[in-house]
Write a protein that binds this ligand. Sequence first.
Ligand SMILES: Cc1cc2nc3c(=O)[nH]c(=O)nc-3n(C[C@H](O)[C@H](O)[C@H](O)COP(=O)(O)O)c2cc1C
Length: 209
Amino acid sequence: MIVLHIDSSASGPASASRQLSAVAIETLRAGHENVQVKYRDLAVNPPAHLSGELLSALRPSPANPSEPGRNIAAELTLTETLIDELLRADVLVLGVPMYNFSIPSPLKAWIDRVAQPGRTFRYTDKGPVGLAAGKKALIISSRGGAIAGTPMEAAVDHQEAYLKTVLRFIGITDVKLVRAEGLNLGADTRKQAIDRALDELKLLEQACA
Ligand SMILES: Cc1cc2nc3c(=O)[nH]c(=O)nc-3n(C[C@H](O)[C@H](O)[C@H](O)COP(=O)(O)O)c2cc1C
């Protein structure tokens, strides 16, 4: 089983999503014989955001012809590597804090690299079709506040809902979520949230078997 493990929190060792995603990987390793893990730390090595030059190289058009320079060639190589890592994986484990109601920007930059027509989705006359089907994904969500199940959730969650939309768009529909929220609401609330998430991760083997 090939696992793509992605962390995106900028908080280093203090990060709850990093702690929990590491436990998820340990659990997968404990439950399966041959687990190969490819790790991407997007906070430490963030892919550059799309520039006009990179976008025209990725998606050339008559109106926007590609004339890649040397730096863009390296960015195209990185893009291919990131797509290849995604397509090779059987399971994705994504550590994702909520930042300003959304996801950390390096993770958005990663999505902008891997969501490429002809590679991870294609347009058809019936709409877009995902090309990365058959994978499982586990989202480890961390949040300072607590919004799940509240009336405001739909209006302010551009993190979990967005990620599920992107994964579905590229064909990944088997998505599990482990959430630790209320992490900045006091030490007790934080501990309870992390303990609850750790308990949920114990069920991971069933989730990703
Ligand atoms: C830049 C930034 C923006 C944040 N925005 C939100 C937010 O919109 N909603 C929220 O509930 N928590 C927000 N938080 C709190 C984090 O979600 C919380 O600290 C969480 O634990 C971060 O995950 P981590 O521990 O894995 O780094 C924000 C934190 C940072 C650093």
